[in-house]
Write a protein that binds this ligand. Structure first.
Ligand SMILES: Cc1cc2nc3c(=O)[nH]c(=O)nc-3n(C[C@H](O)[C@H](O)[C@H](O)COP(=O)(O)OP(=O)(O)OC[C@H]3O[C@@H](n4cnc5c(N)ncnc54)[C@H](O)[C@@H]3O)c2cc1C
Length: 445
């Protein structure tokens, strides 16, 4: 009989730590993971690399962590943690750069990889799924039913649980993906399951919570009737960024130069078409030699594949009326910026930890990234984040929670006044800080 990696480890008693090297945190996590896996013999495990997606932060090696298949499994794990006075962290695809999803020392980590149930309510136009379902699966299955998940971030290879919990977003179609959440089920620290609808008093805390309130085991999101988009790539004057971003279609975005007068606009417009909609993607060049692409919305603007080499950086949401000052500073100050930054637009939303907090307002989401190029914590990225962050804070900016953040908890509280309310709810649901590690406390106070 072929042995799985997990059964090999259990039978041989060899800890993964022995196989992977000497990093003490990784060793402790692995030693603990083997004993957890023995205790929860009925619950599967998966191997996860102990690093963020880009290699910006590397803890060393990998660990076999629990991968529950049902909400009952999650409840069992959380109850065990409560009895043992252990901390618990949940992870999806671990693409978040800020690595707040890691635990400390003997934290029990669980993966949502097998929480992958998926169903649609065609009449209500909703999807209900486990947190481990990948966005690409939802996009594909929704399209087959004449529906589209708007507001999703560009990469389709991340989990819905991770994308919602970090407030990941697409563009002006609304707020972040979290604003599409209409119901969820959350396993909280006492092992009970809290079911929330949009009007639940804790819902705006649960929407974007980085796993600090518990483990989401089921999410329901509102979809739109399926639509196709056309994207045209065209040169533009950097000075025209506002007009280009706001006036040229619902999901247009800008690759803006931080030094030159010339930038690139990715102008995205809805295609007039009648059902049944073709799922074909067509590309071409217009008479001016400009590249264009037309197809299902998710394949045109929510289909960004992993770049190689990998990148790391940060993103901030700044009220659009203040962003001209940011653009001027880009041109005049030495901020260690890459030559180009990404500008998108989002609407504010009600979630307590949303980067855009006024539902009536438009925000510019500005992302600055550098290649990681094989080195951990590359200096140029650390310096860039520090300098740009200071500028963004001066203009009412808030960081994207899945990206690099160098702020102190005091600075976080200043720009997120609703953090106080979030913390009250968190303490009610998790008085013993089961889901709240030192890493998280360092940022959120
Ligand atoms: C190349 C690249 C491009 C990106 N582009 C965009 C973009 O266009 N727009 C954008 O907004 N973002 C973007 N992101 C950010 C991305 O959407 C987030 O990193 C998101 O978290 C991805 O999900 P994940 O499965 O990797 O989550 P993870 O990184 O594994 O987890 C993220 C957080 O969610 C929590 N979490 C996960 N599952 C649950 C659960 N079941 N219950 C409670 N908490 C949970 C974790 O504890 C963690 O704190 C990009 C990231 C990359 C690497």
């Amino acid at each position: 009989m072929a042995l799985t990696r997990r059964s090999f480890l259990l039978r041989s008693g060899v800890t993964a730590a022995g196989l992977i090297g000497s990093h003490s945190w990784a060793e402790r996590l692995n030693a603990q993971a083997v004993s957890d896996n023995t205790f929860f013999a009925q619950i599967d495990s998966v191997s996860i690399p102990l690093r963020d997606w880009s290699g910006f932060t590397v803890f060393g090696g990998s660990a076999d962590v629990l991968a529950p298949r049902t909400e009952g499994d999650v409840v069992e794990i959380v109850r065990h943690c409560r009895q043992q006075n252990r901390q618990c962290r949940v992870v999806g695809r671990r693409t978040s750069w800020n690595t707040k999803w890691y635990g400390d020392g003997d934290t029990l980590m669980l993966s949502t990889a097998h929480l992958d149930a998926l169903s649609f309510d065609q009449d209500a136009g909703t999807v209900t799924c486990g947190p481990g379902v990948l966005l690409e699966t939802i996009h594909r299955e929704a399209w087959a039913r004449g529906l589209t998940l708007s507001n999703a971030p560009a990469p389709p290879w991340v989990t819905i649980g991770g994308a919602v919990s970090t407030g990941s977003h697409g563009s002006l179609m609304g707020g972040s993906l979290s604003s599409r959440l209409t119901r969820c089920r959350l396993v909280v620290a006492d092992g009970s399951v809290v079911e929330m609808k949009s009007d639940h008093p804790y819902m705006d805390a649960a929407r974007i919570s980085l796993g600090m309130l518990g483990v989401m085991t089921q999410l329901t999101l509102q979809l739109d009737p399926a639509y196709r988009l056309k994207l045209v790539q065209q040169p533009m004057a950097t000075a025209d960024w506002r007009q280009a971003l706001v006036d040229s279609g619902p999901m247009s975005f800008v690759h803006a130069s931080t030094r030159d007068p010339a930038s690139t606009l990715f102008k995205v417009v809805r295609e007039a078409s009648v059902p049944p909609l073709s799922d074909e993607v067509v590309t071409g060049e217009d008479a001016h030699g400009q590249f264009w692409m037309s197809g299902p919305a998710h394949l045109v603007v929510m289909n960004f594949q992993p770049p190689s080499p990998t990148i790391a950086g940060s993103e901030w949401a700044v009220p659009i009326e203040l962003f001209s000052s940011v653009m001027e500073a880009f041109q005049s100050l030495d901020l260690s910026l890459p030559s180009m930054v990404w500008l998108k637009k989002v609407m504010g939303e009600s979630s307590l930890l949303a980067s855009g907090n006024d539902p009536q307002k438009v925000y510019v989401e500005c992302g600055a990234y550098h290649d990681v190029a094989g080195s951990q914590n590359p200096r140029k990225i650390v310096e860039m984040v520090r300098k740009v962050e200071a500028l963004m804070l001066a203009y009412g900016g808030r960081p994207h929670l899945s990206k690099l953040i160098s702020m102190t908890s005091g600075e976080m509280l200043k720009v997120y006044p609703a953090l106080t309310q979030f913390q009250e709810i968190r303490r009610q649901l998790d008085p013993q800080n089961m889901f709240y590690t030192q890493r998280l406390a360092k940022l959120f106070g």
